[in-house]
Design a protein around this ligand. Structure first.
Ligand code: SAM
Length: 461
């Protein structure tokens, strides 16, 4: 179509210094000058992004006869504009390269940790803006205190309590010495982003845990009832383990299971981590948080025998394995290198193996798989591959129906998974999938049986 050729000619004229944008557009002879002007100026705005996309997708190498200026306007309209308005060879060219260009765009967004196209124009600004809008979340450690007492404590320290938030927008507008109760999680208080509580007495004494909201989702959604036997498979440094212990109320045995007769008496959480230093840190953290009833082992979870009688009553597993960490929002400037395709493949291979291993525990009813990665390869793809291997033995639970950000449409049903991001949920980037053994009434908490009724969520056992 003449529009794209005319736009490419204007870009080439600008590069050769033949005049300014307006003059070149008016002199182009193209009848719709406004349309031409808009396309060229938008292509120029996205120029550096377009150059990286063309490089990454190796478009000019694949289409040797395509001039770079024409490539830029075509790719601009294809990915950022209103879509190509033409037929013939440009459309065929777009069809050939569209998937590669879209994948490259997705990779670029992951690399810069942004979710909107606009943010690619000033990625560093977008990253620090994202970081600065993620509030400071504190989880009240109910093993040591309760929400009301913590609220009173902060009020006495000069903070103003604004009540329970009604929307994510409300969290965004927090400032000064004000704080809110979170709208989704009942034991989470929300402070403005810059609030530093590392020296706070409640933090030092383990009464509160500084934990991002998204990282509180796995234990909350696993939701074991007191007395359940639970494995935290990749546990260190232990924030989710201490959350599990709080949900289980540190109760290590139940009269009904008579578990006190066995060596596992009072041990209801079995926590594993392969890294000795992280295990040592975790020990300190769990002690400070007042966690009892947790058996912590420095061991590769893949070597834990599912048929060992000690684990015969394990009904719940929390699996938060090593990942690329691409969802972590750094509070300082700087861009981290995106993981290479090989590294992603290696991580995904480990994640599939460890998830498969977790599902092989014979009494398992419910499992939460989570990562702080934004990559589909480590998230939806892992869940899909493993579910396929297990056939009809496990199903994906429609977790937290009122949570706004869902799994990517990588397979049918992937929207049952949760995602989190600074832009949409005011948290670090995160992924959670809840799997359950397929059998009537298994371990489905009552709030999930009433899918769609978000009010049921508060009935956590
Ligand atoms: N769940 C933890 C928390 O909330 O504090 C964070 C876990 S971190 C994302 C992943 C952990 O998996 C790391 O501490 C790492 O040492 C551990 N890990 C990696 N491979 C492992 C394996 N094969 N068995 C057990 N732990 C492993």
């Amino acid at each position: 179509m003449a529009l794209y050729s005319a736009a490419a000619a204007v870009l080439a004229g600008l590069e050769r210094g033949e005049g300014g944008l307006k003059r070149l557009v008016y002199n182009s002879g193209f009848p719709h000058v406004r349309q031409l002007y808009a396309l060229v100026s938008e292509t120029l705005r996205y120029a550096s992004v377009l150059e990286k996309l063309l490089d990454g997708a190796a478009l000019l190498q694949a289409e040797k006869k395509l001039a770079p200026q024409l490539a830029k306007v075509l790719v601009y309209d294809l990915l950022f504009g209103k879509g190509l308005k033409c037929g013939g060879r440009w459309k065929a060219l777009a069809r050939r390269h569209r998937a590669r260009l879209e994948a490259e765009l997705a990779r670029m967004k992951v690399r810069y940790k942004v979710s909107r196209n606009e943010d690619l124009l000033a990625p560093e600004k977008a990253v620090s803006a994202a970081a600065s809008q993620v509030p400071r979340y504190i989880r009240v450690n109910t093993l040591k205190t309760c929400v009301d007492d913590v609220i009173d404590f902060f009020k006495r320290q000069g903070f103003t309590y604004l009540g329970k938030a009604a929307s994510v927008e409300e969290l965004k507008s927090l400032s000064g010495k004000k704080f809110l109760l979170d709208l989704h999680l009942p034991e989470l208080l929300v402070f403005p982003s810059q609030t530093d509580l590392h020296d706070n007495l409640l933090y030092i004494s383990g009464h509160i845990i500084l934990q991002d909201k998204a990282s509180c989702l796995p234990a909350f959604l696993l939701g074991p009832v007191a007395g359940s036997h639970v494995i935290d498979a990749c546990a260190a440094p232990g924030n989710k383990t201490s959350h599990l212990a709080a949900i289980l109320k540190n109760k290590g045995w139940s009269v009904h299971s008579f578990s006190w007769v066995l060596g596992s008496a009072f041990r209801q959480i079995f926590a594993f981590d392969v890294d000795p230093k992280r295990v040592a840190t975790m020990n300190t953290l769990l002690t400070r948080a007042g966690v009892t009833g947790c058996q912590l082992a420095q061991q590769d979870f893949l070597t834990v025998d599912p048929r060992d009688p000690r684990y015969s009553r394990v009904t719940h597993i929390l699996l938060d394995p090593s990942c690329s960490g691409s969802g972590m929002v750094t509070r300082g400037p700087g861009e981290e290198a995106a993981p290479s395709a090989e590294r992603l493949q290696a991580l995904a291979g480990f994640q599939r193996r460890v998830l498969n291993h977790a599902l092989s525990f014979p009494a398992l009813q419910r499992l939460v798989y989570s990562t702080c990665s934004l990559h589909q390869e480590e998230n939806e793809d892992v869940v899909q591959a493993v579910l396929q291997e297990w056939g009809s033995a496990f199903r994906l639970v429609n977790a937290f129906p009122s949570w706004p950000c869902r799994g990517l449409a990588a397979f049918s049903g992937a929207e049952s998974c949760l995602r989190a991001s600074p832009a949409e949920t005011l948290t670090h980037g995160f992924f959670v999938a809840v799997l359950e053994r397929c059998q009537e009434g298994a371990a489905t908490p009552r709030w999930e049986r009433a899918v769609g009724d978000s009010s049921c969520f508060w009935g956590v056992p």
